[in-house]
Design a protein around this ligand. Structure first.
Ligand code: GLU
Length: 290
């Protein structure tokens, strides 16, 4: 059996907090006890939010925590052509269409609908895209494309689900309602998701499945907040003919008020704790790792 391959995949859009430390250390621990490999991936496809100083801090903080990963880390911004190729394959199969509405226009259209009846929401609670641009005529579509208007490329979810057929995944951890073992994927719950944009040939979902395949990741260990994203990842793997990993979604580290950590603060930031004289062993104890 080839060694299991684990990865920690932070986005350099802020400093690491205790939630990241938990995820990174859990991945590294599992790799160590199973004789597996531990990789680091920098998810920096969004140039408006990612900054070099955050990336430098990721390397520094992880090393201070005592982690070592195979070098070099994979940086998504250096692999846009891989994502473009995958995108082209979905486009060639007629599974993707451009939508030209602004976020505000979509919000307004949904608000109108919601006056009549509740509007469906995705697993994160965001309203589903109404699918308006799916029915543009080829003429309207090429006129809008030629006009230079910005657009998002969306997956035609109904068609994608028909093409892929029923899907499931192996869950070694737990979903938000205790889901474990073989979990039935429900990508349709996300509606016509954005898969790329005019300026960026990818999205989080597309880049993650391409990278997990390219890097040979066999065990995806990440926070429970991404549990239902796995439905989309399984769908894209199936459509692109990529291998599937096993998944382990772990509990989320919460702040004193019980909220999921979203940014690092004095009380939860790895850098801040380090500056305050806290030791890596104290951090392990605090987040409940033996
Ligand atoms: N980059 C994602 C994040 O920072 C994690 C992606 C993943 O583990 O699949 O939330």
């Amino acid at each position: 059996m080839p060694p299991a391959v684990f990865r920690f995949a932070p986005s350099p859009n802020g400093y690491l907090h205790l939630g990241h430390a938990f995820s990174a250390m859990l991945n590294a621990d599992l790799a160590r006890v199973s004789g597996g490999r531990f990789l680091l991936r920098i998810e920096d496809i969004d140039p408006t939010r990612c900054r070099p100083e955050f990336e430098a801090a990721i390397y520094e903080d992880l090393a201070w925590l005592g982690l070592s990963w195979e070098r070099p880390a994979r940086r998504q911004s250096e692999h846009l052509s891989d994502y473009r190729d995958a995108l082209e394959r979905l486009v060639a199969r007629g599974l993707v269409y451009p939508s030209f509405e602004s976020r505000a226009e979509i919000t307004r259209a949904i608000a109108e609908q919601e006056k009549k009846a509740p509007w469906p929401r995705d697993p994160d609670g965001a309203p589903l895209y109404p699918g308006t641009a799916r029915s543009l005529t080829p003429e309207e579509r090429s006129r809008l494309l030629q006009s230079g208007a910005p657009y998002a490329l969306r997956l035609d979810m109904a068609m994608a689900c028909r093409t892929a057929g029923p899907l499931s995944w192996t869950e070694r951890g737990q979903g938000p309602r205790g889901e474990t073992g073989t979990v039935t994927a429900d990508p349709a719950a996300w509606g016509d998701i954005i898969i790329a944009r005019k300026e960026t040939p990818t999205s989080y979902h597309l880049a993650v499945v391409v990278d997990d395949a390219v890097q040979g990741v066999s065990e995806v260990v990440r926070g429970q907040d991404l549990f239902w994203s796995t439905s989309v990842h399984r769908l894209l793997q199936e459509l692109l003919g990529l291998p599937q990993a096993a998944y382990r979604h772990h509990r989320l580290i919460r702040d004193a008020a019980g909220q999921k950590l979203s940014k690092s603060t004095d009380a939860t930031g790895v850098r801040e704790l380090r500056a305050a004289g806290v030791r890596p062993a104290d951090i392990r104890r605090r987040i409940g790792l033996a």
